[in-house]
Design a protein around this ligand. Structure first.
Ligand code: F6R
Length: 607
């Protein structure tokens, strides 16, 4: 799971490759590398760790050449070392790869017994070795690359660069996206349009199985049957501008603070497109004959699906099938042709979510992408695209995208409720009004930040934490635990409040903080009892509630955070803010790499 880029340029390639890789670093930051062609010879620089290390290495020892390829890696096969970094070079061919070559063991064995010597632990080297063998057999670069690709199984986006060929890059993709950028007198290949944003917005997307033969004058695309194919050009609407942290120490904190503005923007957009009952808007969905809803995503996006399940079931009376995208397609659930399937993803490139979409597409009546990146594969392959309008999210841990995913989905649930008459006009208006006031309430919660920062300093000394919530607060407990562990490396688990007594309560002692997420809704008293069970065992609780809840639970909590009253339907969005701040400040106190936590990547483009 990596980012790749190729350039046939007018200027020196190395600085342009570095800029493009900076935009792709969200896909992985275990190592980075580039290869160029200078006076017909392949030149290569690679470095372990973040792109900054490659930049330094290039500053010390530059490479020339106007044609080149680049890579930023999230390690799958082989540890994150310089040796395993891409580009992989064998004789006269250098390649970069995103994906996983599933038959690499078979290829490796075959090539080794034919005399090839492997230098790395990666699956990718098998591709370079195979192509080099075909070149040795006398095939032309394009034929060698094509014959190589025809032997591969798995998922891949690849760029091939050949010694002596300053005007050629061969691209290929299957199960991983690849986009061609059309510049003026220069051409590009990349994992996504963001990588190309500073050079061109004229792009064409390759389809599964395509091979692209790219030169400075244009591109020839061969489809999976190796027939010449036309891939239409489009104007990409990418935003590479927002890479400024402003006065914030980390992107994550900036993104948390953007939430009031973004929720207001979401309100502005969806109140127009949904409130005009009867008006046919492009992104308006007909829920009248739907018998089921399918919701799927990964990680934080999956938790947005969990929240949305309550909304669709409760407000619209539609049964919901819900699963992690990574499980969904292997479970092979029977789907109804009267169902609508929602796939939720910030990046729109998550491999598991894309596979789930492709599985559902065969049966359901409509697929809906709830995405932030409107140019993404998920958006392009879905029938309807609902943009969450969160702007570019740079920090690896998702914060504002989660709030905006929920805001987008609640509009769908209330629209479905109105269309099916399960939600009265008054109830609908109440929620719409509450959505209008939500940005103001989120700002009030952000005002609690200094208090949360103090609590976080104590939190940072813990070795574990539990988060509990009931009903719609259960997904927020899961999200709170995920954020805390991924950022601060403190082990944390989220539980439905009622589950505590079925096992996890044995973890409770005076050192284990338990975060209790409990607005005063119909389940408050139940959660309150679960909190009592923790307190009775000497546990220390951080209660997140409203003023009514705080008044009712004056019983020796370690800390209580009092949030403003909010419409119960929207409580998951509001109660997300304190758990985000808690995770952020705990990590900042511990001094971990908040925006790029270890072992992670922003976009997970392998299964
Ligand atoms: C956690 C986080 C991840 C993502 C997940 C899905 O903070 O960011 O769990 O939510 O990898 O990514 P997208 O939304 O891009 O499909």
């Amino acid at each position: 799971m990596c980012g790749i880029v190729g350039i046939l340029g007018k200027d020196e390639a190395a600085p342009i490759l570095l800029k493009a890789l900076r935009q792709l670093e969200y896909r992985g930051y275990d190592s980075a590398g580039i290869a160029t062609i200078d006076e017909g010879r392949l030149r290569r620089r690679r470095a372990e760790g973040k792109l900054a290390n490659l930049s330094e290495s290039l500053a010390r020892d530059p490479v020339a050449g106007k044609t080149g390829i680049g890579h930023t890696r999230w390690a799958t096969h082989g540890k994150p070392s310089e040796e395993n970094a891409h580009p992989h070079q064998v004789g006269p061919v250098s390649i970069v790869h995103n994906g996983i070559i599933e038959n690499y063991r078979e290829l490796r064995a075959e090539l080794t017994s034919a005399g090839s010597t492997f230098q790395t632990e990666t699956d990718t080297e098998a591709v370079a070795q195979l192509c080099a063998r075909f070149l040795r057999d006398g095939l032309s670069p394009v034929d060698a690359a094509t014959k190589t690709v025809d032997r591969l199984r798995g998922s891949y986006a690849l760029c091939f660069l050949f010694e002596g060929e300053e005007d050629l890059i061969v691209g290929a993709c299957h199960g991983s996206a690849l986009v061609i950028g059309h510049g003026v007198g220069e051409m590009f290949v990349a994992s996504d349009t963001l990588a190309l944003a500073t050079r061109t917005n004229r792009v064409s997307y390759l389809e599964d199985g395509d091979i692209a033969i790219v030169t400075r004058v244009g591109v020839t695309v061969l489809d999976s049957k190796r027939k010449q194919a036309d891939r239409p050009r489009r104007i990409a609407s990418v935003d590479a501008s927002t890479t400024d942290k402003g006065h914030f120490r980390h992107y994550m904190l900036k993104e948390i603070h953007e939430q009031p503005t973004l929720l207001a923007r979401s309100f502005e957009h969806y109140s127009k497109s949904i409130q005009l009952i009867g008006d046919k808007q492009a992104d308006r969905i007909d829920y009248s004959i739907v018998d089921r809803i399918v919701l799927s995503g990964c990680g934080t996006a999956f938790y947005a699906c969990l929240v949305a399940r309550y909304w669709f079931e409760r407000l619209a009376g539609i049964p919901v099938d819900l699963d992690l995208a990574s499980e969904f397609r292997y479970r092979e659930p029977p789907l109804s042709d009267r169902s609508i399937a929602f796939f939720v993803s910030q990046s729109g490139e998550t491999a598991d979510t894309l596979s789930a979409l492709r599985y559902a597409k065969k049966t359901v009546s409509k697929t809906v992408a709830v995405v932030n990146v409107e140019e993404s594969s998920l958006a392009r392959e879905s029938d309807v695209v609902l943009s969450i309008l969160a702007g570019r999210e740079i920090s690896v841990a998702s914060t504002k995208a989660f709030a905006c995913q929920m805001a987008t989905l609640v509009w769908q649930a209330i629209d479905a409720g109105r269309q099916r008459n399960t939600l009265e006009a008054d109830g609908f208006r109440e929620i719409v009004m509450a959505l209008q006031f939500l940005p103001g309430l989120v700002s009030q919660v952000l005002d609690l930040e200094s208090r949360i920062a103090v609590i976080s300093r104590e939190f940072a000394t813990s070795s574990g934490a539990l988060f509990i919530g009931r009903g719609m607060m259960f997904p927020i407990a899961l999200e709170g635990a995920l954020k805390l562990k991924e950022l601060s490396y403190i082990h944390a688990e989220g539980y439905a409040g009622g589950e505590l007594k079925h096992g996890p309560i044995s973890l409770v002692d005076e050192k284990m903080p338990v975060v209790v997420i409990a607005p005063t809704d119909s389940l408050f008293e139940k959660t309150y009892s679960n909190m009592q069970e923790v307190l009775a065992r000497g546990g220390k609780t951080l209660l997140i509630t409203d003023s009514t809840g705080a008044a009712m639970s004056d019983i020796g909590c370690w800390h209580t955070l009092v949030l403003p009253e909010v419409h119960p339907v929207l409580a998951p969005i509001l109660y997300t803010i304190p758990v985000q701040l808690l995770a952020y400040h705990t990590a900042a106190t511990k001094g971990t790499d908040v925006d790029q936590p270890r072992n992670l990547a922003k976009s997970v483009t392998v299964e």
